[in-house]
Ligand binder design. Structure first.
Ligand code: 6R9
Length: 641
């Protein structure tokens, strides 16, 4: 494949950017032309941010899997699409060519159909990082079913909530998953999630760990047996469902500042084009290169930069089952050397954790195949940036610091590898088609700079094709969350700085969303989970700086009837409760038992004060005069962990 819309110089970036702002329709239709359409669109875009109502390529008909698979078969059928590296380096890896992947996707699409899945049905996918996960995702897209991938670390309760919210009727899962030294019993978690569930009709179970499972008659079927039936009929192809450009492609749940996670909805054409465009431009992918994104497909990064972006570009994408530190902290470097990886895309938290092992794990690793490095998920500190640059990239690989969100579908602000300038810990410039603006609390654009730098809340003025369209089943929630804070603008929830060159630096969330090891977790979600524990009267959760995770979770808990005063046991019980309700990723790092929380006279918790105490800034707590009971602050300060 060639990529006529790959930007080749800084000047070209500037002119493309200008064009994208002056004539978005002309700009995006020039890119959309390079995809396979069943029917061309009538209107490039139609939108308002009030309702919001956003449409791209209206009237167009297509199927994303024809773009990710079929169109590569003629010239690149024997090229590796997916290289799968198992958790255990001793186990044999697998390579799926485009031809093989196409065949498997078609066959599994038959399996889905045979089990009653139809266009528009919601299919929950809860699997480890094995090729069958990508196959399931693509098979859903092939027949127009809406996939909702749930990360393998979420608890039964979290899955139950998501199944209910999406009214999902089908689940694809595994017996278990390997992650480092751990085996995760996925099917048994699904069984728990299905207690009391009224919508799910079928569960398809793929074998991976041979963990014993219980298979419910009439509901649960084995992946292998279902595939065998299709194979025995000699079926290797299924016609792709013709989808409207704006038909939903997937739902992905993500945390917000209030309530339960929301189901972000992306649609077929706009998402595809944006994932592809951003992949090709940010990473400067060249045909034949090996791309390794270390994210899990359970997060948006895996959707866009393991599956849809690379495959729509005919690229080779590495899918890694395990974790960076098992069997040792040299695992990423072994994978890079084994497959001659050219592009490595990971998270700052992974880099910081590997830094902690020193340089020994890098001894004897070649890494000379690397051309481009990338980071995503949270702000990268300069120390980690320089370590990545020196010890991994050997100072010859551009680092792209890619800022984006589940809601944006693809990267919005980043340097383009080797094409536009990099600046450590700055995401730098917006991609063509993206118009950021920094606003103050009132929503007015900030123009006043301090020392050449403007600071404000990051919003986007106009839609790009990959923007979310709604939150599943609750459009009003989408409006209030993203489009109502500053009328006429998409509000990201992040704060940012902008320097005199127009470069952006993302400083972090300005709402009650935590970013722990690059995972988004709402403080309210964690509080609700803690409050489920019998004996907890009330709790308040804030973030605090954490050397490796970026942010840690600090919980203040009012508790009654402590195990005869055994706080250690109570602490463990609370952690257990949070693990059950959400999953291990939401476990507080610190729990401080308190007798009261600082509240205003109207009963609002003053989180600002709790945040400062958690950060260790005890001397400057600001104005506490509006508190109902200022004495409580001293008590909390004195008891700080
Ligand atoms: C892709 C992804 C989104 C939040 C986002 C921001 C933070 C992501 C970042 C970054 C600074 C970067 N974030 N990339 N902050 N620099 N390069 O991570 O999506 O899980 O939805 O998280 O992550 O705070 O708002 P998601």
């Amino acid at each position: 494949m060639s990529y006529p819309y790959q930007i080749k110089s800084f000047d070209e970036y500037k002119s493309e950017y200008q064009k994208s702002v002056a004539d978005p329709a002309g700009f995006w239709s020039g890119i959309a032309e390079h995809f396979s359409w069943r029917k061309k669109w009538a209107e490039v875009s139609e939108w308002n941010f009030t309702e919001p109502d956003i449409k791209w390529f209206k009237g167009g008909k297509l199927n994303i899997t024809e773009n990710c698979l079929d169109r590569h078969l003629e010239y690149n059928g024997n090229k590796p699409a997916i290289i799968w590296e198992p958790n255990d380096p001793e186990e044999h890896h697998r390579v799926l060519t485009y031809k093989k992947l196409h065949e498997k996707v078609c066959q599994f699409a038959h399996v889905l159909k045979n089990n009653g899945v139809k266009k528009g049905d919601r299919v929950c996918i809860y699997m480890g990082m094995i090729p069958e996960l990508a196959i399931s995702v693509l098979a859903c897209a092939r027949i127009g079913a809406i996939h909702s991938v749930v990360f393998g670390g979420f608890s039964a309760q979290s899955i139950a909530d998501r199944l209910y919210d999406a009214q999902a009727e089908f689940i694809v899962t595994c017996d278990g998953a390997y992650r480092g030294a751990k085996d995760i019993p996925l099917k048994s978690v699904i069984d728990d999630a299905l207690i009391g569930n009224r919508t799910v009709k079928k569960v398809i179970v793929c074998t991976r760990t041979r963990t014993p499972v219980s298979m419910l008659k009439g509901r649960d079927v084995w992946w292998e047996e279902e595939m065998k039936q299709v194979e025995e009929k000699g079926l290797t192809f299924i016609e792709a469902e013709e989808m409207d450009a704006e038909d939903p492609l997937f739902i992905l749940y993500t945390s917000g500042s209030t309530g339960k996670p929301k189901g972000v909805v992306h649609t077929c054409a706009g998402y595809m084009i944006y994932a592809n465009y951003s992949f090709i431009n940010v990473f400067q992918y060249k045909p034949g290169q090996i791309h390794f994104c270390t994210a899990d497909i359970g997060w948006i990064t895996g959707h866009s930069y393991i599956v849809y972006g690379p495959l729509s570009a005919g690229a080779t994408t590495v899918l890694f089952e395990g974790v960076p530190t098992w069997p040792d902290a040299g695992r990423f470097w072994d994978i890079v050397d084994k497959y001659k990886v050219n592009i490595l895309y990971t998270a700052p938290t992974a880099i910081r954790s590997l830094m902690g092992f020193g340089l020994d794990p890098l001894q004897g690793k070649d890494l000379s195949s690397l051309n481009v490095l990338g980071t995503v998920g949270e702000p990268i500190n300069e120390e980690a940036w320089h370590w990545y640059d020196e010890h991994v990239g050997k100072k010859k690989c551009p680092i792209v610091d890619t800022w984006w969100q589940t809601e944006t579908g693809g990267v919005l602000i980043s340097n383009l590898a080797g094409i536009t300038p990099a600046k450590p810990s700055w995401a730098t410039l917006p991609l063509p088609g993206v118009q950021p603006v920094l606003v103050d609390e009132k929503g007015d654009e900030v123009t006043e700079a301090t020392d050449g730098v403007i600071s404000g809340n990051l919003c986007i003025k106009a839609p790009w094709p990959g923007i979310l369209r709604t939150t599943y089943g609750d459009h009003e929630r989408c409006r209030t969350n993203y489009f109502a804070t500053y009328p006429g603008l998409y509000f990201t929830g992040d704060g940012a700085l902008k320097d005199a060159d127009g470069f952006y630096r993302i400083t972090g969330r300005v709402d009650d969303v935590l970013n722990v090891s690059g995972h988004r977790i709402g403080t309210a979600e964690v509080e609700n989970a803690i409050n489920m524990h019998a004996g907890v009267v009330e709790s308040a959760v804030v973030g605090y700086p954490h050397d490796i995770k970026g942010q840690g979770i600090y919980a203040y808990v009012i508790y009654q009837g402590m195990h005869g005063g055994d706080t250690e046991l109570t602490r463990k019980d609370i952690l257990q409760t949070v693990t059950r309700i959400i999953g291990p990723i939401a476990k507080p790092d610190k729990i401080q038992f308190v007798s009261g929380l600082p509240k205003t006279r109207s009963g609002k918790i003053m989180r600002r004060i709790l945040r400062k105490i958690a950060e260790g800034e005890l001397s400057n707590l600001g104005d506490t005069s509006t508190l109902l009971d200022p004495a409580v602050v001293d008590e909390i300060k004195n008891g700080k962990l």
